[in-house]
Design a binder for this molecule. Structure first.
Ligand code: HEM
Length: 463
């Protein structure tokens, strides 16, 4: 309050316009200067213990399961990059690479950093069938990837755009009618599932999608601070495998009865490879299951992260509405700034040296893409959200991996995110997070399982 304002008038908050409660209006008649100094008063009541220096490095601790990482990973990542770029996690017995250079080199070294034990640290792959692509190495990996290549061709993806836009509009309109809702479960997950059921060749009715959403949500449950997949999460994975198995069986019957075998969905394409002897019968369900989860958990996390950034920097909503061509830049920067797939893991088959540190053969190694994307050695001002950031060959995002396991669905994920943001910004109200979002607990995925939002008329502008 300014000195010469009329103190009898109620005070009004300059931000919300609300009348402040009377205690906040109470004039400070005799303002006493506050003296901040270590004077006798403090010394008398402070028990002075001798300083014992903690061992060096005791303030550097990375545990992907810990609450500290769950909530705020990025300051810990910076410490790792600067002080322990080849870190050994004593709790998990895994090595951790955090610098861009090392993460990208590891992705490319599929000969000495293999995927046969899955790409997660928590044993998720145990509840997947045999054809799980991310837990395979050549030559099986090559054959399985080849079997679904056509499904991911760019023209096939772009052909889905109109249908996806319609679904996105419908979902957003429903939320708008209610003034808001849970963006994660009412928009992000249903959009991802509506897309993926078409891609895979699964039934796509509302009931089917609800069932699948429920299963994915159960299978993503983990406990912060604890390693491992809770029983219900793996049961849910097994149930999803049974469900996919029944769809595969039905499709086989249809094909045997003369149905068109030239349809470009995962199940039909993989069955065609089974016919040619390139894929085994018992690999079909695991392969479809992996694609089903890969195409829904991280993409829906990306959509929620887009909304979180729009909420954090509301001016961007105005700017992007006026400059929709920048939405693609926006998506790239969200993928870097808050990477939906934070890490993957590998197993070494030989002694490997990173930053002068030797990692023994048969070691588990985590690659932190979330950290690589914030590496100041590669990205200028990495903690800033910069819409104009230029991504080149040298600054390729770590978000989708690299090498033989590089994400097959990256173009689809980018398309889904672009459509979602376009549809959000086509309407004039500001999207705003209200209440307390909840994050997915599974350490690998960063995004929100619950994201309560509201549409606010007027909203922020540049004025
Ligand atoms: C923002 C969304 C996504 C992110 C961050 C993401 C991230 C990744 C990453 C990091 C990998 C490499 C795994 C490894 O090296 O072990 C990967 C693999 C894969 N992704 Fe994605 N992904 C996304 C969306 C999608 C979508 C939409 C699909 C399918 C439609 C998909 C399908 C796959 C498949 C099939 C693989 C396995 C490739 C292989 O092992 O050869 N992903 N993804």
């Amino acid at each position: 309050m300014k000195q010469n304002e009329d103190s009898t008038q109620p005070q009004v908050c300059p931000y919300s316009g609300a009348v402040l409660p009377s205690s906040a209006n109470t004039p400070q008649t005799e303002a006493k200067p506050i003296v901040m100094r270590m004077d006798a008063d403090t010394e008398e009541t402070t028990v002075k213990a001798p300083i014992v220096e903690p061992p060096e490095g005791s303030n550097i601790f990375y545990d992907p399961l810990s609450y500290a990482i769950y909530d705020h990973p990025y300051d810990v990542y910076k410490q790792l990059r600067d002080k322990a770029p080849v870190y050994f996690s004593p709790r998990l017995g895994v090595y951790v690479l955090s610098r861009y250079e090392d993460v990208m080199a590891a992705f490319k070294n599929h000969e000495h950093m293999v995927s046969k034990f899955g790409n997660d640290i928590d044993g998720t792959h145990d509840s997947y069938g045999k054809g799980n692509l991310v837990a395979q190495d050549p030559p099986r990996h090559t054959a399985l990837r080849q079997a679904v290549r056509r499904v991911f061709a760019l023209r096939e993806i772009l052909a889905k755009e109109d249908g996806m836009r319609l679904v996105a509009k419908e979902l957003l309109n429903d939320m708008k009618k209610n003034g808001g809702g849970d963006f994660a479960t009412e928009f992000a997950l249903p959009l991802a599932f509506a897309t993926t059921t078409r891609l895979i060749g699964l039934p796509g009715s509302k009931e089917d999608i609800n069932w699948l959403v429920d299963h994915l949500s159960r299978s993503m449950v983990r406990t912060v601070g604890e390693l491992g997949v809770p029983e219900d999460a793996s049961t849910s994975n097994f149930e999803a495998e049974e469900y996919i198995h029944s769809v595969v069986q039905k499709r086989m019957d249809e094909l045997a009865a003369g149905a068109d075998a030239n349809v470009s969905d995962v199940i039909t394409q993989v069955l065609a490879s089974v016919e040619k002897g390139k894929v085994d019968d018992d690999e079909v369900v695991g392969l479809a299951h992996l694609i089903y989860s890969a195409s829904t958990d991280a993409p829906s996390a990306l959509l929620t992260n887009c909304v979180a950034v729009l909420d954090k920097f509301p001016h961007l909503q105005v700017f992007l509405r006026e400059n929709p061509s920048m939405i693609t830049n926006f998506i790239e920067e969200v993928l870097r700034y808050d990477t939906p797939g934070q890490n993957v893991s590998r197993q070494t088959t030989a002694e490997l040296v990173f930053q002068g540190v030797t990692i023994p053969a048969n070691s588990r190694v985590m690659l932190l893409q979330g950290s690589a994307n914030r590496d100041e050695r590669v990205f200028e001002n990495p903690d800033e959200f910069d819409l104009t950031r230029d991504f080149s060959k040298q600054t390729k995002l770590a978000s989708f991996g690299d090498g033989i396991h590089a994400c097959m669905g990256a173009p689809l994920a980018r398309l889904m995110a672009r459509l979602a943001v376009e549809v959000i910004l086509e309407q004039s109200d500001e999207i705003r997070i209200v209440g307390f979002p909840e994050r997915w607990v599974k350490q690998l995925v960063r995004g929100f399982s619950k994201l309560p939002i509201k549409f606010v008329a007027g909203g922020t502008n540049f004025a």
